[in-house]
Design a protein around this ligand. Structure first.
Ligand code: HEC
Ligand code: HEC
Length: 267
């Protein structure tokens, strides 16, 4: 199972890996994360019988919060996106995609592998439903995670405690160079029909809201859809719909632009 992680190592020569933190990265820390996730998921899973009503959503979420943030606000340093307030129907679909290895199974999808690893904790459909319903009730935009002792807390640094060799760790352009005006033009032409004017999503079409997503996560998903990392599995009917639209963004500046525009739609 950890074979996938062996390729992960310090990226001293990577184009963007200039910070000191990245030079100190150890592959072992990724394996450790994986192990922690498995242990946590097994412990949680054992607490509830495999049949029946499943684990209560709020109990189950404790295990998710380690990566996704205690309020579902996301933890960029673990590559885990904000998920607070995502609609239950979309969360359920994604969890089944991870369980069925329709998503997160591509060799280049190292963040996605983490979700595949924790799927043993979803013992049955009822548990998936419960945790998805709970996530929908969470307020979006919770405060970023902090570190440090009480009274001396500071915002958690963004540097990953590990790094991975993958084309998808960064865009070729800085995300901060994204131009929301250009992004708006791209969005109105190509995205609005399915994702809605305020990026509120459209349940009837199966398109999720984008307004609460982080720009770095949007950018990675656009690259994934474009390059067949997500949406390419024959079982991924909804993901496949995204592929042609992701391919319309012919350079990474356009990805940065559309991600910058989506960021302006956060309520
Ligand atoms: C070990 C870390 C880790 C744990 C624990 C974890 N996740 Fe994730 N999750 C991730 C990462 C990383 C991604 C991003 C995958 C990608 O970029 O495609 C993700 C993606 C997701 C997504 C897709 C979001 C979207 O917008 O499509 C959902 C939904 C999700 N996780 C739900 C959960 C739930 C529910 C739990 C707890 C039962 C959980 N996760 C536990 C790391 C984790
Ligand atoms: C034909 C309808 C359609 C169009 C047009 C469309 N999308 Fe999507 N999009 C979807 C569907 C359906 C999904 C959900 C895929 C899944 O379930 O995995 C999705 C998923 C996404 C995701 C992943 C969300 C997440 O939480 O992981 C992003 C980001 C996204 N779309 C951005 C865009 C952008 C930007 C455009 C325009 C360039 C666009 N979409 C155009 C239907 C569409």
């Amino acid at each position: 199972m950890f074979g996938k992680y062996i390729r992960i190592e310090a990226l001293a020569n990577h184009k963007n890996a200039s910070s000191k933190a990245r030079h100190r990265i150890k592959p072992a820390s990724v394996a450790l994360f994986g192990l922690l996730a498995i242990v946590a998921s097994q412990v949680t899973a054992q607490m509830y019988p495999p049949g029946g009503e499943g684990a209560p959503g709020n109990d189950m979420f404790q295990a998710c919060g380690f990566c996704h943030g205690n309020q579902g606000q996301g933890r960029q340093r673990l590559d885990a996106p904000p998920i607070a307030a995502l609609p239950a129907w979309y969360v359920e679909r994604q969890m089944h995609n991870f369980i069925d290895e329709i998503r997160g199974n591509h060799p280049d999808d190292l963040p996605g592998h983490q979700m595949n690893l924790i799927t043993p904790m979803f013992r049955n459909d009822a548990t998936v439903k419960n945790v998805a319903a709970y996530i929908e009730t969470l307020e979006p935009g919770g405060p970023p995670m902090t570190i440090g002792p009480p009274g001396n807390q500071r915002i958690e640094p963004r540097e990953r405690p590990f790094d991975w060799i993958s084309d998808y760790a960064f865009l070729d352009v800085e995300l901060s160079s994204g131009n929301p005006e250009n992004g708006s033009v791209i969005y109105q032409q190509n995205c609005v029909a399915c994702h809605g004017r305020s990026a509120e999503g459209n349940k009837g079409l199966g398109s999720p809201p984008l307004m609460n997503l982080a720009d770095w996560y949007v950018a990675r998903q656009m690259q994934y859809f474009r390059d067949g990392v997500r949406g390419a599995d024959s079982g991924d009917i909804y993901g496949a719909q995204m592929v042609p639209f992701a391919k319309l963004l012919t350079n990474e500046q356009q990805i940065a632009d559309v991600a910058a525009y989506i960021k302006t739609l956060a309520p």
